[in-house]
Ligand binder design. Sequence first.
Ligand SMILES: Cc1cc2nc3c(=O)[nH]c(=O)nc-3n(C[C@H](O)[C@H](O)[C@H](O)COP(=O)(O)O)c2cc1C
Length: 190
Amino acid sequence: MSGGESMPELFEPYPLELVHRLIEPGPTVMITTAGEEWPTVMTNGFNMPVRHDGLLAVVIGPWDTTYESLLRRRECVIAVPGKDLIETTVDVGNSSSADVNKWERFGLSPLSASIVGAPLIEECAANIECVVEDDSLVDEYDLWILRAEAAWRRSDYEAPEFHHRGNGTFSENGATRDLRDRMTRWRNLS
Ligand SMILES: Cc1cc2nc3c(=O)[nH]c(=O)nc-3n(C[C@H](O)[C@H](O)[C@H](O)COP(=O)(O)O)c2cc1C
């Protein structure tokens, strides 16, 4: 079941051709699927944009309940949490949806997505509805290629990301440097 209230007004549609910008800064994200008794939600640090047309990649391994659910349902939501959710994100990543309804346990609210059965996370800054585009690298590398089908960003979105440094320590976004005048070859990205 996916569960979830309907979309609140705090989210705006975000263009698919810009969706890579939501994870290019390397944020720690949460990933949801519809699940059985309740929707699954996990924490994910290994993720990246693949192409500018909405192709993204995430590592999700068989140690996650999410893995089985994604194999079966072939759709998920990538949710980008803000710094206010940093402890919650760590707690989500240290528990299993097989044991506990993490939504109730950690105070997260599922919202019905527009296309996929997996829920958005209302408390997150952005949500990307994805379908599995290619699972040919899953057996060997746990690497899923996903296609964004819809994306939502809070109207007050402001570089919310935090980053896992790989050992349980995290860095938060620092100063943003504007180097667009040096992006001479990639002016169209500015
Ligand atoms: C900071 C952090 C980053 C994580 N990154 C990943 C990841 O990139 N891929 C992965 O498969 N598991 C990752 N995990 C582990 C899963 O989040 C964890 O196994 C989770 O509890 C699985 O939930 P589920 O069983 O409900 O799917 C991470 C955990 C933490 C705390």
